[in-house]
Design a protein around this ligand. Structure first.
Ligand code: IDP
Ligand code: MG
Length: 139
């Protein structure tokens, strides 16, 4: 079924400061089911490849350095209308504009260090999930 899963990352700032558990609890409480999950530390080249779509943007260099600065949790999450529902749960890119009760409002420390990634389309969710997970790592 299209749009029944999304891809997410708990970003280095949140992992470093012990927010993985609280963020997973919010994801769980919102009704998402974990379909794949692992902890990794991306190289700079891997982060550049993942964020290729943003290559050339003024924040690109800082973003890829940040995303390769420490371990992250990558995951695939199942839910009806997963893309839209997860984007609602995480809130706006800029935490100053994120709704109260969203993950970014609670755990982001800046626009760059905004605690979590969520796919923006079904096509990108498929690409992003395939970038990090093989078939035998997905349930
Ligand atoms: P999204 O994560 O809400 O989809 P995108 O526009 O796809 O936002 O940007 C990807 C990531 O790049 C953001 O989550 C954030 O970490 C970083 N980013 C986006 N815009 C800026 C900016 O203006 N300054 C610093 N970092 C930014
Ligand atoms: Mg995006």
């Amino acid at each position: 079924m299209q749009n029944d899963f999304t891809f997410s990352i708990i970003k280095p700032n949140a992992v470093r400061t012990g927010k993985t558990g609280p963020i997973l609890a919010m994801i769980n409480e919102a009704g998402f089911e974990i379909s794949a999950l692992k902890m990794i530390h991306m190289t700079l080249a891997q982060a550049e490849s993942f964020y290729e779509v943003h290559h050339g943007r003024p924040f690109f260099e800082g973003l890829v350095e940040f995303m390769s600065s420490g371990p992250v949790f990558v995951m695939i999450l199942k839910h009806e209308n997963a893309i839209e529902e997860f984007r609602k749960l995480i809130g706006a890119t800029d935490p100053a504009k994120a709704e109260p009760g969203t993950i970014r409002k609670k755990f982001a420390v800046s626009v760059q260090m905004n605690a979590v990634h969520g796919s923006d389309s079904y096509e990108n969710a498929c690409k992003e999930a395939d970038f990090f997970f093989s078939g035998i790592e997905r349930f």
